[in-house]
Design a protein around this ligand. Structure first.
Ligand SMILES: [Zn+2]
Length: 246
């Protein structure tokens, strides 16, 4: 082979390698927006671990259609804080353990608690779902309004949004000192409410957003305002976020 032919071959080969390098790299945890294809979740009502409670299996109804996902950016992870790694009844380890920050999502609406919960099979449950942000960093990721409405209450670690639909949404454990809203303020869908933290008054909790919603539904012929299962609505909203159309 003549030297210049070899040189051309080397140039062509290195160009090929460069082109290969330009392929989109796999999404790194906490990096850019992950794709919809990577999203994994177990079905509504299927709690993990199984001894963490009895879920409302088979209820995949979207109680809040078209709400925005309550965390500004993906990825986010719905799973148990109590039964997850580092949790009170979870496997030993750090709350920041990688296993807490990966798919699949797990519903925890009916996770064991003392709250009276008419829509949970045991009559008791958690009220909402717990959502971890992309990484185990507090005061880094914003919780946002899931629909337009008015901030109706601000407590020590609770912000309540009364949506224009009539639904009431609660955001728990946001950092109190950096809240972006005031009581009585109207907010638009997607507007920042506050930074996700581990604020639970004097008690500490893990870094997560507890999010729940109350609406009036008819149970055995009687209209009641109750905490409704929101996991399917979260899955639906998250898919829209991943599609870039939150
Ligand atoms: Zn919670």
């Amino acid at each position: 082979m003549k030297p210049y032919v070899a040189l051309i071959l080397v140039i062509l080969l290195s160009a090929c390698i460069k082109i290969k390098d330009k392929k989109p790299s796999p999404i790194v945890q906490g990096g850019s927006t992950p794709s919809l294809q990577q999203f994994r979740y177990t079905l509504s009502g299927k709690l993990s671990p199984s001894y963490s409670g009895i879920g409302r299996v088979g209820d995949n109804y979207i109680y809040a259609p078209n709400i925005r996902f309550p965390i500004e950016n993906a990825p986010a992870y719905i799973n148990s804080q109590v039964y997850g790694v580092g949790g009170l009844y979870g496997k030993a380890g750090s709350l920041c353990d990688r296993r807490n920050y990966q798919y699949p999502w797990h519903d925890n609406f009916c996770e064991k608690r003392d709250w009276g919960m008419p829509m949970c099979p045991s009559g008791k449950g958690h009220q909402g779902v717990d959502i971890r942000t992309a990484t185990c960093d507090k005061k880094k990721y914003y919780a946002v309004a899931v629909e337009s409405g008015r901030i109706s209450y601000i407590g020590k670690y609770t912000v309540t949004l009364r949506g224009n639909s009539g639904r009431k949404y609660r955001y728990l454990h946001l950092d109190s000192n950096t809240l972006q809203v005031a009581r009585g303020q109207t907010v638009r869908r997607g507007q920042r409410i506050g930074l996700v933290s581990d604020n639970m008054g004097k008690t500490k909790t893990s870094i997560h957003l507890h999010f729940d919603m109350k609406q009036t539904i008819v149970i055995d012929g009687v209209p009641k305002q109750v905490y409704v299962p929101l996991y399917s609505s979260m899955v639906d909203a998250y898919k829209r976020l991943l599609r870039g159309n939150p």
